[in-house]
Design a protein around this ligand. Structure first.
Ligand code: ZN
Length: 413
């Protein structure tokens, strides 16, 4: 793999070239097979305030490129300028890839923490507990060479909602998701959502990027992928390949809500000043979420559970988006289905009636999902750990040994 960055005004263009033997089919860290559609993409950064700020440390450029090209890289990557030996070592230990040329001094971490902000409940929860941190929002734009047949995805609405938060918001536009021909446009690696924060890390003096990954995605296998305890989660653990790579660029990953469940991030988001801007549905317009998609159904279950009220939905069990809940477990995000079935009054009249019958959960059996898993706080980098630990203790309390056993035996019962 060879990659190069060029500039054109406020655009940064990434070009990639496969080596002989590299294939258009690649594999994402989460195991998803992906097919490459084209060989360029762009990122539009906001105009720098002064020319001095234009230079970007080569390790940041290399890291940004790696979030895009990792699935297709076999055993070597050549960047267009020298990187540090630290970054090269992290690429080698994480992926077995020879990376170079080497010859730059490592990047010294900055002092600030930015939030990778999608506008969903999890990232809104992070924004709520870090009220002074700037938000960096990724906005999908179309690609000049790839037709956009996915116009129901309303990235314009999501960007508008982010702007309305009244926070320090930087919106970064990119067409990088259209590099994927199969299965559909999306981030080549999940970490590509941070490409703006990575490229702006010097300008914004960043020493970390905070993400909304919660207990389920960090420790319980992450929604649709697997249903088991994942202390060594390769995407989000501090000691995994991606955690080490970001740290080697002076920009460690920070998961402030990694110890609490999606129900608790929902509670934080809806109780924060961002309540009116929270939006997990990718299809809704400026009037509200669509109310018809699978995400709307799943999140309505969680919200109803948090608010201890019946579900408000017109989706019925015979709809395609509700089909998976008519089957026996395991389910993606099962811990939240368990929580929802235990807390929503009248669950027997919802599309989750069958799931509730299979799972047989109670308020007592799901109490562990209201407390914080201590190892999640232990892996938060030094400067931010203490504040988050105090906040977790005050708002949720920490799990008892029997709660931790639930986390650590997840998927085995
Ligand atoms: Zn929806």
């Amino acid at each position: 793999m060879r990659v190069s960055w060029t500039s054109d005004g406020d655009l940064r263009l990434l070009g990639l070239r496969l080596d002989p033997g590299e294939d258009l089919t690649g594999t994402v860290t989460d195991g998803q097979r992906v097919e490459l559609a084209t060989d360029t993409c762009h990122v539009r950064l906001p105009r720098p305030a002064s020319p001095r700020e234009v230079s970007i440390h080569p390790d940041l450029l290399a890291l940004a490129a790696w979030t895009v090209v990792a699935p297709w890289t076999a055993d070597r990557i050549v960047f267009d300028r020298p990187i540090s030996s630290e970054l090269a070592a992290a690429l080698h230990s994480g992926w077995g890839v020879e990376a170079g040329p080497v010859g730059e001094a490592p990047r010294a971490p900055g002092t600030g923490l930015a939030i990778s902000y999608s506008g969903g409940a999890d990232s809104a929860a992070v924004a709520g507990i870090l009220p002074d941190a700037p938000l960096v929002h990724f906005r999908r734009v179309s690609h000049p060479r790839v037709p956009n047949r996915w116009t129901h995805y309303r990235s314009d609405v999501l960007a508008e909602l982010a702007e309305k938060t009244g926070r320090d918001v930087t919106t970064v536009e990119s067409d990088l998701e259209f590099l994927l021909r199969h299965p559909r446009p999306g981030y080549p690696e999940h970490h590509a959502v941070m490409i703006g924060a990575v490229l702006l890390a010097d300008t914004m003096d960043l020493g970390g990027v905070a993400l909304g990954y919660e207990l389920g995605s960090r420790w319980l296998g992450g929604g649709r992928y697997v249903h088991r305890y994942t202390p060594d989660n390769p995407m989000w653990s501090a000691h995994g390949p991606w955690g080490r790579l970001f740290a080697s660029a002076g920009l460690p990953l920070v998961l402030p809500v990694g110890g609490i469940s999606e129900a608790m991030t929902m509670r934080l988001a809806l109780g924060s000043h961002l309540r009116e801007q929270v939006r997990w549905c990718l299809r809704g317009d400026s009037h509200g979420p669509c109310g018809r998609c699978g995400k709307c159904l799943y999140k309505e279950l969680i919200q109803a559970a948090v608010e201890r009220r019946p579900m408000r939905t017109t989706i019925t069990a015979d709809r395609p988006v509700a089909r998976k809940w008519q089957q026996p477990p395991p389910y993606g995000g099962q811990e939240m289905i368990e929580y929802g079935c235990a807390h929503v009054p009248g669950i027997e009249d919802t599309p989750f009636a069958k799931a509730a019958g299979y799972l047989q959960t109670t308020r007592e059996s799901t109490e562990w999902l209201e407390r914080c898993y201590p190892p999640a706080v232990e892996e938060i980098p030094g400067p931010w750990r203490k504040g988050i630990e105090a906040m977790m203790r005050e708002r949720f309390g920490f799990m008892r040994p029997e709660d931790m056993e639930r986390v650590e035996s997840w998927g085995q019962r």
